[in-house]
Design a binder for this molecule. Structure first.
Ligand code: GTP
Ligand code: MG
Length: 301
């Protein structure tokens, strides 16, 4: 039996649905999802099996015009993910069409197109009439010679099996890269930090989600089978700390409960989660914060 294995990078503008698609392909939530842009900050791998093929999906941060060091490191990580992959899937939002951001990504594809197939996935087809899709497919294929085009809804699941089947066929022959039952290769402490960051992002408004980071400080396995997890939330200002805590600590409590519930489901055991907020005005300029996130500090130069 011939086995195949390789990397498929999912790229696109922020909010295109990359993380939603990765989770659906893998069949578990390994990458956090919110309705806000710039949710994913680093490359996140999820493993899916399709027949004799092992597809390692690489979720990437959205591609946008970076301003801060963190933004630049995120965008560099995304393009790096594409350049390292066997196949790249560019995800476009059906209802938004060819935005300025998409135009810039199409230009960027010229630099990574050599040596790998690039497919187009028009996502969120549940949001538009089918006539729109034909026009969009034609316009996009006139701008870049995609290996193939797929119409999908990552959220509803439409077209996803077909895309996975096609991807499996494109991968090079070779042994599997991960054990058959492994679905992710992000350390558990990082997945746990991401879950908390997701809940914070959903609860906090405006710029605040972009000005904080979460790190797992300590992870203790208890004799009763439960896990005690301590996490730090770094914010930039005293005022931010107050907002994250909320009136009488209500916000942090709700965040902690939601994150714990999800962690317990993921780990299938009891979790004691302790969150602490620290003011750290300069965390965006600290290399350690980047390595904790899985980003390269130097990429932010
Ligand atoms: N209607 C609809 N919504 C979708 C679909 N796929 C994803 N979404 C929603 O789009 C939003 C963004 O999804 P994400 O998966 O976080 O997008 P992303 O590309 O990973 O975003 P970044 O990490 O910010 O780059 C979420 O609210 C999803 O529920 C879809 O097929 N249809
Ligand atoms: Mg994402």
């Amino acid at each position: 039996m011939t086995t195949r294995a390789g990397f498929v990078a999912l790229i696109g503008e922020p909010n295109a649905g990359k993380s939603t698609l990765l989770n659906r392909m893998v069949g578990a939530k390994v990458s956090i999802v919110t309705h806000k842009v710039q949710t994913t900050r680093a490359r996140i791998r999820g493993v899916a099996m399709e027949g004799e093929s092992q597809i390692v999906f690489v979720d990437t941060p959205g591609l946008f015009q970076p301003r801060r060091r963190l933004d630049r490191a995120m965008v560099a990580a995304a393009w790096g993910g594409a350049a390292d992959a066997d196949v790249v899937v560019l995800m476009i939002e059906a209802h938004r069409g060819i935005t300025e951001g998409v135009e810039r990504i199409l230009e960027g594809l010229e630099n990574i197109g050599e040596g790998r197939k690039i497919a187009l996935a028009i996502n969120k087809i549940d949001r538009v009439q089918s006539e729109v899709l034909l026009g969009l497919t034609k316009d996009l294929n006139e701008r870049y010679a995609f290996a193939d085009t797929f119409m999908i809804s990552a959220e509803k699941g439409h077209g996803v099996d077909h895309l996975r089947g096609w991807l499996a066929e494109q991968l090079p022959e070779g042994p599997w890269l991960y054990p058959e039952d492994q679905i992710a290769d992000l350390p558990m402490r990082m997945i746990a930090a991401e879950m908390t960051r997701e809940k914070l992002t959903l609860r906090l408004h405006q710029e605040l989600p972009y000005q904080l980071t979460v790190e797992t400080e300590n992870w203790e396995e208890r004799k009763d089978g439960s896990a005690k997890i301590d996490q730090l939330i770094y914010v930039m200002r005293d005022g931010h700390k107050g907002i994250v805590l909320g009136k009488r600590g209500e916000t942090i409590k709700a965040v902690s409960q939601a994150a714990r519930a999800e962690l317990e489901e993921f780990l299938d055991r009891k979790v004691h989660l302790f969150l602490q907020v620290k003011v750290r005005p300069n965390w965006l300029e600290e290399s350690e914060r980047y390595s904790e996130m899985g980003l390269d500090f130097k990429d932010g130069n």
